[in-house]
Design a protein around this ligand. Sequence first.
Ligand code: RB5
Length: 144
Amino acid sequence: MKKIGIASDHGGFELKEYLRKELGNGIEIVDYGTKDETSVDYPEVIGNACKKVISGEVEGLIALCGTGIGASIAANRMKGIRAALCHDEFTAEMSRRHNNSNVLVLGGRILGKELAIRIAQKWLSTSFEGGRHERRVGQLETLS
Ligand code: RB5
């Protein structure tokens, strides 16, 4: 991916800022907030950022909250979003190869900074395999 968004609530703010500064190598990162550690509601900030993926303004999104759970639930309620809450590189890789995830969710209060960078880099550099996975990903859009 070449152009992605990044967004968090207050619980993910510190890790968001770290990733935003450290991930810049070869990709454009659009920051959709939040701007500081003042308490905000994750459904609003993550929902608004997911709209930018759906509209095509960015190819994908890294979304963070404290645990990653709220951000994950919020993102996956939005049509067209396939959000993967990942705690390791393998699941990040497989979420791209098999699920064509377009949102990577990380827990700001769960992950160390170096692991978070490795997970994000793996996610950004892995492509969707297509094939039989295309059919399954397509079926996701029929669920309600
Ligand atoms: C905020 O305190 C916290 O609830 C939020 O960041 C997230 O972890 C929710 O799932």
